[in-house]
Write a new protein. Structure first.
Length: 412
């Protein structure tokens, strides 16, 4: 059996490449070509960006959609829109992508890391409640991997402390929590349209959604150098009312996004179908824990995450990952290092040599071991599998075969 594993030189289960995502099609190419022919490539000179923002907002069931350059800038703009001041504490999960937390420092606020639920890998409401202080201003809740967080409890806790809520939906376009799209429940929702997301705008892009007109106006100005609002057709006055940035998108990105938005439901249906296929097969394996949905939640499976109990199997999870890779399967670790262990936060490598904003606060922030115990151990147990819409049954069957092959060796 040892010799048959590909990691030991045996024949791999799969030699073909994983089906790619995203993919080109002629209908999309036609739309992009039309934008090229029509001119007006910036959102300042074209109309597609406004059209995309309105269409996305309508889909999510909110009043306003503001297209922006990426998911990280979307969160930064959300913090600006919520009037976050230097030194304010912003609560954010310890297990997520760095882009959920780095905008906090970009706004000169302080990240306070919250532990996660061991089953859904989203923010733990109990730990959130414990971490709130008189400096707390905003909660950033992340719907990680496409799986909605416990929004009822998080919103109740936030409102009881008069905190605003940003929903980071970078991995959860179209996910639903109790009949509402995620992003429409808190004060502001943010999205990323990076290349491999549920939907993309052609490599980079983002969106901010809200029902609050004041927040919308602040964000629209902040994303364009803090310029004062101007009506359509009005001459640009070049008056800048506050510190802003260039977080705009191009008309090509907006065109791409409009096309993708029309395919969103189809994409989600295929992802859920692929995820169900894997769950039915992998859940039978010893020491493997397949994704769990919260009650009332609809996971859109940006990634398919399995938790592997290496101790129960007597094997290191990194070795298991490498063995599966050798069999021709695309598999990766999932955020093995919690955010508060990242050098950025441990060494406070922010602005020059100043460690700003930490240096200007009359409170010492140390991100020690034990701060978020679940997040500190869970990352080493998680494996990421792909279920994007071009994944076919042949590939899924090869994934299943590879797992059973490796498990047969482990348990022999």
């Amino acid at each position: 059996m040892k010799k048959s594993l590909a990691i030991f030189g045996g024949k791999p289960v799969r030699t073909k490449e994983c089906p790619p995502w995203p993919i080109y099609n002629e209908a999309l190419g036609y739309e992009l070509l039309n934008t090229l022919k029509n001119g007006g490539f910036s959102e300042l000179t074209g109309k597609k960006s406004k059209e995309f923002g309105a269409a996305f907002a309508s889909k999510m069931g909110v009043k306003y959609g503001i297209p922006v350059s990426n998911g990280t800038s979307a969160i930064h703009l959300a913090l600006i829109g919520l009037k976050v001041d230097p030194g304010d504490e912003i609560l954010v999960p310890a297990h997520t992508f760095i882009g959920s937390a780095s905008p906090i420092l970009m706004q000169n606020a302080i990240p306070v890391f919250v532990d996660i639920d061991e089953d859904t890998y989203t923010m733990d409401p109990d730990d959130l409640d414990k971490k709130i202080t008189d400096r707390s201003k905003v909660v950033i809740v992340v719907h990680l991997n496409g799986n909605p967080a416990n929004m009822d409890r998080i919103m109740k806790i936030a409102r009881s402390h008069n905190l605003k809520v940003i929903e980071d939906c970078a991995q959860a376009h179209g996910a639903v929590y109790k009949d509402q799209y995620v992003g429409s429940i808190g004060d502001v929702g943010t999205f990323s349209f990076w290349e491999d997301k549920i939907m993309t705008t052609g490599g980079e892009g983002g969106m901010v959604i809200t029902n609050d007109e004041e927040i919308m106006k602040k964000i629209c100005s902040a994303k364009s150098h803090g310029e004062m609002e101007r009506k359509e057709g009005e001459e640009r006055k070049y008056v800048h009312e506050f510190l802003g940035y260039n977080y705009r998108i191009t008309e090509f990105q907006a065109t791409y996004g409009l096309y993708e938005l029309g395919k969103l439901d189809e994409y989600i249906e295929k992802r859920r179908k692929n995820a169900d296929y894997l769950t039915k097969r992998l859940s039978k394996l010893k020491g493997v824990y397949t994704p769990k949905e919260i009650q009332g939640g609809k996971n859109v499976f940006y990634k398919y995450i399995v938790k592997v109990d290496g101790e129960k199997l007597g094997k290191d999870v990194v070795w298991i990952k490498d063995a599966l890779k050798a069999e021709g399967i695309k598999v990766e670790s999932r955020y093995p290092l919690p955010l508060h262990f990242q050098p950025l936060f441990q060494e406070k490598n922010t602005y020059g040599d100043s460690s700003w904003p930490y240096a200007c606060i009359d409170k010492k922030y140390e991100y020690k071991r034990g701060l978020c115990p679940v997040a500190e151990k869970i990352g080493r147990k998680l494996l990421t599998l792909l279920v994007h819409p071009t994944i076919d049954e042949e590939y899924l069957n090869d994934v299943s075969t590879a797992f059973y092959k490796v498990w047969e060796y482990i348990l022999s």
